[in-house]
Structures are given as structure tokens and as C-alpha cells.
Design a protein around this ligand. Sequence first.
Ligand code: C2E
Ligand code: MG
Ligand code: MG
Ligand code: MG
Length: 287
Amino acid sequence: EIKRTGRGNTLLFSKELVEEKERHLIIAQRLKHAVPANEMHLAFQPLVHADDFSLHSYEVLLRWDNPILGRVSPEEFIPIAEDIGEIVRIGEYVLDTALSTYTEELGRDSHVKLALNISLRQLVVPGFADFILGYLEKYGLSARSLILEVTETIFDARNQNQIIAVLNSLHAKGIEVHIDDFGTGYSSLSRLHEMPISALKIDKSFVQQIDDQRCAIIEGSVMIAERFGVHTVAEGVETVEQARLLHAIGVTYLQGYLFGKPKPHFAEVTVHSDFLLWTKDKQSRAS
Ligand code: C2E
Ligand code: MG
Ligand code: MG
Ligand code: MG
């Protein structure tokens, strides 16, 4: 296969393509042994209320360290795991380990929620709802402890009715469903009103370099969410200025390095000193 991007570059690019395919193959092969070989672990990142930066939930993020490949980003290996179907077994590891860690570190009575990323491929496995409920039962956890983050790909899937039914049965038990990476999928949202969604999660690409255009997309997302009676989450918040702007726009929850990076434990929210100034400011303006 040859990718033509300009005179003279043809050979170089085709070599890169081959290398990319080889890496893809190696990852696919090694992924099958990653869980049994103990190469995976979880990281937890806090989400806070935009009003007072108090803790709302933790998102569970998968990490993979392979002896040969080193640290591989989930951005790279998750799509491959989805391709080869391995995501189903990996997803079970994530669910089991996340709930076990939650029970040990936060306890069954905690009101902090846990947000899991779920691939479309997992969602359409027959019995998915019972699978999730079974693990909640295993650890004696309430369905209210759980948030499932699914991407806009659910709107493009062929089996819409099946997806809506699965999400409805989970929602009926008290599990929240959030739409991840909102705004990046170019999806038809025509059946959004049929989905039991509790929040739209605005992708970090809109948050990180906020300009007029990206700001308009965030405002538009908040407006859509409000019309549907659901919350919004902004991910990738790194600065107090971004947090301030997102709060002013009306985003409900914030997530990003400002409040804490993904850590192997349920680390406390890092309270930024600028934030204290900001709340004082708000209080004095309000009184
Ligand atoms: P996502 O679900 O949209 O997760 C948010 C990503 O943004 C995470 O990347 C997180 O580490 C990163 N992030 C959070 N705050 C900041 C910030 O302030 N600045 C910057 N630069 N980045 C920030 P990560 O951990 O590399 O995960 C990438 C993607 O991989 C996730 O995107 C999700 O789609 C997927 N993923 C991760 N774990 C799982 C999993 O267990 N199952 C499935 N199906 N997908 C997963
Ligand atoms: Mg997510
Ligand atoms: Mg996201
Ligand atoms: Mg994202």
C-alpha cells in the first residue's frame, strides 16, 4: 500500500504504513495476554461539581504496561481491542477491578459515583445489563454508584432498538448513562430523546484551546443538554480560567488535571489556591 503525499516521500510513507500495521498486529497479539499477565491496571480521575469543586465521581481509565511495548495509550489499544473483540474480556477485568477497588477504598456506603467507559461492542453483547447488575451484586454495591460512559457511536449503530432497550433496563435500576466525547462523532442525534441519558460529556478538544468557535460549541451543547433536561460534563480542564468560563456557561461537572490526574488510587481533589480566591470573590459579589 502506498500513500502519496508528495514527490520523493512515497517510499518513506509506505514504510511507515508497514510499520504501523506491524505495530497494530503486535498490539493485537499481546493484548490477549495483557490481563492474565497482570500488565493492566486502573487509574481513577475525579469529576467535581462546577459550583464548588466538590467531589462528584471518579472516572475509571485503563492503563497498560507491556514489557516490550512499554506504556501503550488506551487511545491506541482500545480501538484494536474493539476490532479483535478482546474488549469484552478486558471490560470484565475493568468492571471487576474497579468495583473491588471502590468497595475496599471508599466502602459500600459511599455516595461517590464511579464512571466506566463502555465500548459499543460490549453494550451489544446479549445479557449485558445482567452482567453489570451481577457484578454490582457481587460487591453489594448500589446501582446508583455507577455511571456508564458510552460514545456517540451508539447513534450510528444498526441495532438502535437493542441499544435503547439495554440502556433503559440499566437506567431503570438507577445506573446513569453519559454520552462521552460529545460533539466529536458527527452523529445523528435524532434518537437522543429516546435514550435514557443523564449527561453529555463535552470532549476535551473543545475545552483545551477555547476560542470563539469552540466556545459556541460548548454553549450549544449546554443548551441541548438543558432542553433535554440533562447535565453536562467538561473534560480536560487544566486551568482556573477554563473552569471559570465553563462554570459561567453553565456546565454542571468538571474534570481535568486542575482537579486531579488519573491516579492508581482514589486520590483527593487537588484544590487550587486560585480557586479559593475565586469562591471568595463570588461570595462577596453575591452578598
Ligand atoms: P475518555 O473517556 O474521553 O477519557 C478522557 C481522557 O482525557 C483520558 O485519557 C484522560 O486521562 C484524559 N484527560 C483527563 N483530564 C485531562 C486534562 O486535563 N488534560 C489532558 N491533556 N488530558 C486529560 P486516557 O486515559 O488516555 O484515555 C483515552 C481514552 O481511552 C478514553 O477517553 C476512553 O475513550 C478510552 N478508555 C480508557 N479506559 C477505557 C476502558 O476501560 N474501556 C474503554 N472502552 N475505553 C477506555
Ligand atoms: Mg470517558
Ligand atoms: Mg471523554
Ligand atoms: Mg475524550
